[in-house]
Design a protein around this ligand. Structure first.
Ligand SMILES: Cc1ncc(COP(=O)(O)O)c(C=O)c1O
Length: 420
């Protein structure tokens, strides 16, 4: 029995535990974010606990029911066929998956390699970037992800470079962000590389990557883009950003099973990233030598096409519109509250699902951890306290397709109640 036959035969077994609506009934036509019948139908494609109103999809995105079913079938398949399949056929299936992703991103199949998460992809880029000389400068910002900041700081010891952290302006307009990076480049003319985050996990801000990258490249500075949160959360033309190095996640907003990320290196730049510790000679420009995951969760990888099918059935633009509408639903009710600071601007180019807020004066991590607990225990809403921002900690709110407008109203009412 080959993989296709196995999956067909086992579909009934996996499906028996969960009733899903066939995705054929979803058409990728325009769907208004206000079409509550449609979005309620989409909400029913997710199996979510009713113990809590979960507005913390920023950690990772749960699978829809059809994707969960495919994942169960793939898990059965891998478990029963194990190495007999993996050693003979997995590479062919992997290549087909890479080809599909490459087409979606508008890049070459030889420019991508799967990773286990965005951390693995970014770590390979930051550690492996070999254009640095002693005395050069590298820059990152307070809004970047903690683990990537650590990797950048380590370059001081590892590559003997000067490591600079800048504070992102807050609140920020698109131009404020561009100006902040321009100032940093002016202040540090020896800068050779910048870590830039597409969507900050701390504030939800979408950074003007295209403009910052063009400015940096104009000065001979490379940008390593952390796109862990962007692909799937909103629609963008990846090639238009002009980046040469990028790490993605597939288990956040694409809704793939946990354990899948992606590394992109533009073909003519692969040699600027070292192969993974002895994986290949320095002249080898095969992007796959820049990652060595060891044994992976093959079932997760094989479920990528199902997650892409599910999303394409809804349509990326429709998903983005709905996520933004959910975010606006609570932000519009809180915006006028002078006791609250909303960290993410209302410029549609600068936000999608995620937005952070803090109660004025409550800037310590402890303050916000306390607020997170109160939202959880008193109001039944799950969010997360975020530290590390120069202007102080905050609460991050990240709704997803399984949330309703009523969930967002509940959060707005809780904030009103807390601030009196
Ligand atoms: C901006 C950013 N980069 C990287 C990561 C790391 O993702 P993962 O834990 O899946 O590797 C995250 C996770 O939240 C993130 O928000």
């Amino acid at each position: 029995m080959d993989r296709r036959q196995f999956l067909t035969a086992s579909a009934a077994l996996a499906g028996a535990s969960m009733a899903a609506t066939p995705m054929m009934s979803l058409a990728a036509t325009h769907r208004s974010p206000e079409d509550e019948d449609y979005w309620n139908f989409i909400r029913k494609q997710y199996e979510v606990t009713d113990k809590i109103t979960n507005m913390e999809a920023g950690y990772w995105g749960i699978m829809s029911i059809p994707v969960t079913q495919a994942y169960i079938r793939n898990t059965h398949f891998i478990n029963s066929n194990s190495t007999y399949y993996v050693r003979r056929e997995y590479r062919g299936d992997y290549n087909k998956i890479i080809a599909r992703i490459a087409k979606k991103l508008g890049v070459g199949e030889d420019e991508l390699v799967l990773t286990r998460n965005a951390t693995e992809a970014m770590s390979s880029l930051i550690n492996g970037y070999n254009k640095l000389n002693e005395g050069d400068t590298v820059i990152y910002a307070d809004q970047d992800y903690g683990a990537m900041q650590s990797e950048m700081r380590y370059l001081k010891k590892y590559r003997r470079v000067n490591v600079v952290e800048i504070a992102a302006p807050e609140p920020a307009s698109k131009q404020d962000m561009i100006d902040a990076y321009e100032r940093a480049l002016n202040d540090h003319p020896k800068c050779k590389m910048i870590l830039l985050t597409h969507v900050s996990n701390r504030t939800g801000i979408i950074n003007p990557v295209k403009e910052i990258t063009a400015m940096a490249k104009g000065r001979g500075v490379d940008v390593l883009l952390d796109a862990a949160h962007s692909w799937g959360q909103f629609d963008f033309d990846f090639q238009d950003l002009g980046v040469d190095f990028c790490g993605f996640n597939m288990h956040k907003w694409i809704g793939v099973p946990l354990g899948v990320g992606l590394l992109y290196i533009r073909k003519n730049r692969v040699l600027d990233i070292d192969p993974l510790r002895g994986e290949a000679g320095p002249e080898n420009d095969n992007v796959r030598t820049r990652i060595h995951t060891g044994t992976v969760n093959f079932a997760s990888v094989l479920t990528i096409p199902d997650a892409l099918d599910f999303r394409e059935g809804i349509g990326q633009r429709n998903i983005e519109g709905r996520l933004r509408a959910l975010r606006n639903q609570w932000v519009s009710q809180v915006r006028g509250n002078d006791k609250v600071e909303i960290l993410t601007p209302d410029d549609e180019n600068m936000y999608a699902a995620i937005t952070s807020f803090r109660i004025k004066g409550k800037t310590s991590y402890e303050d916000n951890a306390e607020l997170m607990t109160m939202l959880h225990e008193k109001y039944g809403i799950f969010t997360v306290a975020i530290g590390g921002l120069a202007k102080g900690s905050a609460i991050r709110v990240s709704p997803s397709l399984y949330n309703s407008r009523a969930d967002c109203d509940k959060l707005a009412a809780a904030i009103k109640d807390i601030t009196g």
